[in-house]
Structure formats: structure tokens, C-alpha cells
Design a protein around this ligand. Structure first.
Ligand code: NAP
Length: 488
């Protein structure tokens, strides 16, 4: 580890953040956070017990009334200060994410920008929580529709975007006047711990955001979700865990937001600008080492251009530098752990057993860390596991289609519906695809679509609700309707 890395890690808090204070866990256990590029321990942090989870919820509940009553302008200004502080400290946050998650430093800097935008966006949205006022259609009274904070929230985030997945939930909760307990992933808790200290530095009052890190997510979460004082559960992660949390949330009829898995199709028509399609493909597939819910999972390419597309992406991918994300020029960092490497390998092996050809890569890399060679597969047959499951790794799998109807059928042949990418020069065809694809989001001619100002979310088993954009704050607001009798 470098001197800069050691100094940064020393400054990262290692305890639980409850009621505005850093407190020890009562479990007596600790979590070792490792660098996936080396396997070495970066830092040890507190491992929350069930009792710690209850304490954190107590703090969120205690702070809820005063935070809901805090003027929206004040809430927004705290978020704006947090945005400014994050800009000042962007290198620290970028390096920390690369250390604990593995993505190249340039991409971590991109995540600081993206994640920070939620602070700025929702800081601005806080003062625009509009209602509605007007006569009812019968003319017998005045209808008033207003919004108020939903109440204490439990926010669970994944490891793949340690900052942005946290700010995408925390910022709208703060803006709406909600308090929360945040549980980051066990594999990457450091960024959230550093971030909540930044929120406190920006002036966030004690108890508004509380953070628990734990190795027993299920045990600690269940009583929090079952507690009648909790009013909202927001989760980003895999679909199976989301389904189990929805079952638990049903008990208390909780408001829920679910940002779940994806299986994005990337459709290239014969009239596409291939330069743009290749550029989009490399971004949509290899950003974040392929470990993104928005990652293109299935490349569905017209049979007349499939070979040229494959040759071009293979030429580019063969040149990718693989290594620790902190090193210059690295395009592909390590996968998050051994299981991720084994999964990518199994999906490639299954595709090859069913007739696919490995054009480059195809296997894990020997040596320290959890690296998988960036891979291109062609001739991926229907029925292959890789077309059904999220790859979550640097594997670009190409299948072909003959006509538009077949492309639509292939693209929609999944339980997921988060995002789809389409490349065509034909505007009418592009419009038909917008209508035809079952997807919460779409990139038409682009390979990256995320934006704090846009509603992010999926249909089918990719989730419920939207984060970001004008809709994002409403995930944390209740609607109240009042009918006022006419003056007599
Ligand atoms: P995961 O295994 O579902 O875990 C996500 C979070 O849930 C982690 O904090 C995890 O804690 C926690 N968790 C696991 N089991 C739990 C339980 N029984 N009760 C309460 N919490 C529990 O997903 P992941 O592997 O971290 O993330 C990858 C998945 O997230 C992919 O499927 C990806 O598509 C999806 N994702 C979706 C979006 C989106 O916006 N739609 C964005 C990013 C990622 P531990 O770490 O302690 O297990």
C-alpha cells in the first residue's frame, strides 16, 4: 500500500454512526474489508449486532419529528454543502472506492461526480415539494393535496457503486424530511462511513442519518423491517434478496423502493453506425468491470453486421489493460470476490459447451486478486445460462437476429426490465423500439444513460419505484388529501 492509501484508510471511521456519534458495536465482532486486487485487509470495521440495529432505528425515530419540521431550505442547504465538500474531497472518495471495490480510479472519479449530483439535485428539489389546491369538480369544497415525509427509512445498498447507491437514497430522504438507518454492503462499507462523516461536517443534525455495518445483514435487518416505527424500506441489490425483503415489508405494509437486478439487451441493427455501436458497447459492457445493474448483458446483433461488430470489439477488448484500479492505464480492475470470478467462468463455460466461440479472454487470470480476463463470445446459443443470468463481469456475449420482430422477441425474453440499448440510424425504427421494449430505461444510440436528473428504475423483476429525477423525492413522501368545506 502507498503512503497516501495508508493515510486515507487511517482517516476512515471504523465504528457505527448512531445518533450523531461514532459508537462501538455490541457484537464483539469485526468486519475485515479487503482490497479485491490484492486480497489484503484494508481496514477492520465494527460488525453491528441486532441490538445495534435497534439502537440505530431508535435514533432515527427520535430525530424524525424535528427533522420533518426543519425548513426545506435548511435541508437543501445542508445537501448543497455536502455537495461542495465532496467536490473538495473527490480524490479521497475516488481512491477509497477503488481500494475497496476495485474499479479503475478514472471510473471512481466518475462515480464521485455522478453520486455527488444527487446531493446537488435533491438539495434543489427540497424546496420544490409542491402540492395542489383547487375547487372540487362539484363545486362543493376545496381540495388540498399536500406532501409530507414518509417517516423513518431503512436504506440498504450494494457493493458495486459504494457512493452513488448511497447518495441516490440518502439525498432524497434528507430532502424530503425523512430520517434513516443506512446499511452498506459488507464488502464495501468504508465509502459510506466516510460519507456520513462528511454529512455531519456539512451540518446534518444527529440522528438524521445513522449507519450500521454488519456481517449478518439478514439477522440485523429483519427486526428493523418488522418494527412498526419504520415506514419505508429502500433497497438496491439482487432480485432474490429484494423478493425476500418485499415479503418482510408486507408485514408492516411498508412503502418500498426496489432497485434490483438487470439483464440489459444491447441491440445493433444493420443500419447502425458501427463506430458508435462499438463505442457504446465497450462502455455499456466494461464500465465498472461489468459489475453494474445497467451493464449490457446480451448483445443482439443483426446477422449481416455481427462479424464486423465482433471483430471490432474483440480488437478493442484485447488491448484492455487489466490490473489494480490505482495503476495508470488500467481499464479492467478485479472482480469483487472469488464467487464473482467463479460465476463468470461458469457462464462462459456453459456458453462454450453450447457452441459459443471465445474470441478473446475466456477465463480467470492467475495470480493475486480476483481478476477475470475481458472476454468476447460469439455465436451464443439460445438457452445459454449467460443470456438468462446477470453476468456481473467483463464478458461480452454476442447472439444474432434476422429481423426486427426477432430482435424485439429476443430483447424482451427475460424476467428483468431495467435498461435496454438500441443502435439504429432509422428514427422510425428507434421509436418502434421505445414502444416495443419492456424496460424502465433505454439508451437510443448511447451506452451510458445514468443521470441524477433522470428517473432511474426498472419494470418486471428489476424493481419498483424510481430514484433520481423529479420522481425521486416522492419515494420519500406521503400524499395527503384534505377537502375543505365551502365557507358558509
Ligand atoms: P445483494 O447480495 O442483494 O446485496 C445487496 C445489499 O443487501 C447488501 O447490503 C447486502 O448486505 C444486503 N443483504 C443481503 N441479504 C440481505 C438480507 N437477507 N436482509 C437484508 N439485507 C440483505 O446484491 P449485491 O451483490 O450487493 O449487488 C449486486 C446486485 O445489485 C445485482 O443484482 C445488481 O443488478 C443489483 N443492483 C441494482 C441496481 C439498480 O439500481 N437496479 C444498482 C446496483 C446494483 P451484505 O453485503 O452484508 O450481504
Amino acid at each position: 500500500m502507498t503512503v497516501t492509501e495508508t493515510a486515507l484508510l487511517e482517516g476512515v471511521p471504523d465504528r457505527l454512526f448512531i445518533g450523531g456519534e461514532w459508537v462501538e458495536s455490541t457484537s464483539g465482532r469485526a468486519i475485515e474489508v479487503r482490497d479485491p486486487a490484492t486480497g489484503l485487509v484494508l481496514k477492520t470495521v465494527a460488525d453491528a449486532s441486532v441490538a445495534d440495529g435497534a439502537r440505530a432505528l431508535d435514533a432515527a425515530v427520535a430525530a424524525a419529528p424535528s427533522w420533518a419540521a426543519t425548513p426545506a431550505r435548511e435541508r437543501g442547504e445542508i445537501l448543497r454543502r455536502a455537495f461542495d465538500l465532496l467536490q473538495e474531497r473527490r480524490e479521497e472518495f475516488a481512491l477509497l472506492m477503488t481500494l475497496e471495490m476495485g474499479k479503475p480510479l478514472a471510473e471512481s472519479r466518475g462515480e464521485v461526480t455522478y453520486g455527488g449530483e444527487f446531493l446537488r439535485w435533491f438539495g434543489e428539489e427540497a424546496v420544490r415539494i409542491a402540492g395542489h389546491y383547487g375547487p372540487n369538480p362539484e363545486g362543493t369544497g376545496t381540495m388540498v393535496v399536500s406532501h409530507r415525509p414518509v417517516g423513518p427509512c431503512y436504506l440498504i445498498t450494494p457493493w458495486n457503486f459504494p457512493l452513488a447507491m448511497a447518495t441516490r437514497k440518502i439525498a432524497p430522504a434528507i430532502a424530503a424530511g425523512c430520517t434513516s438507518v443506512v446499511k452498506p454492503a459488507e464488502l464495501t462499507p468504508l465509502t459510506t462511513l466516510l460519507f456520513v462523516q462528511l454529512l455531519a461536517d456539512a451540518g446534518l443534525p444527529p440522528g438524521v442519518v445513522n449507519v450500521i455495518t454488519t456481517s449478518t445483514a439478514g439477522d440485523v435487518s429483519e427486526p428493523i423491517i418488522a418494527d412498526p416505527r419504520l415506514r419505508k424500506l429502500s433497497f438496491t441489490g439482487s432480485t432474490p434478496v429484494g423478493v425476500s425483503l418485499l415479503r418482510q415489508a408486507a408485514g408492516g405494509v411498508l412503502r418500498t423502493s426496489m432497485e434490483l437486478g438487470g439483464n440489459a439487451p444491447f441491440v445493433v441493427f444493420d443500419d447502425a453506425d458501427l463506430d458508435k455501436a462499438v463505442e457504446g458497447a465497450l462502455l455499456a459492457k466494461f464500465r465498472n468491470v461489468g459489475e453494474a445493474c445497467t451493464a449490457a448483458n446480451r448483445f443482439i446483433v443483426h446477422e449481416s453486421v455481427a462479424e464486423e461488430f465482433a471483430e471490432r470489439v474483440t480488437a478493442a477488448v484485447s488491448e484492455f489493460v487489466v490490473g489494480r484500479g490505482t495503476d495508470d492505464g488500467v481499464r479492467i480492475g478485479p472482480l469483487i470476490n472469488d464467487e464473482a470470478v467463479a460465476k463468470a467462468g461458469a457462464l462462459v463455460d456453459d456458453a462454450v459447451a453450447r457452441g459459443a466461440t471465445v474470441r478473446t479472454g475466456g477465463a480467470a487470470l492467475e495470480g493475486d486478486g480476483t481478476f477475470f480476463a475481458p472476454t468476447v463470445l460469439t455465436g451464443v446459443a439460445r438457452g445459454s445460462d449467460i443470456l438468462r443470468e446477470e453476468i456481473f463481469g467483463p464478458v461480452l456475449a454476442i447472439s444474432t437476429f434476422a429481423d426486427e420482430a426477432e430482435a424485439v422477441a429476443m430483447a424482451n425474453d427475460t424476467q428483468y426490465g431495467l435498461v435496454s440499448y438500441v443502435f439504429t440510424r432509422d428514427l422510425a425504427r428507434g421509436q418502434r423500439m421505445i414502444d416495443a421494449l419492456d424496460t424502465g430505461m433505454m439508451g437510443l444510440g448511447v451506452g451510458v444513460i445514468s443521470n441524477a436528473a433522470a428517473p432511474f428504475g426498472g419494470v418486471k423483476q428489476s424493481g419498483i419505484g424510481r430514484e433520481g429525477g423529479a420522481l425521486g423525492i416522492h419515494e420519500y413522501l406521503e400524499t395527503k388529501y384534505t377537502l375543505i368545506a365551502p365557507a358558509s
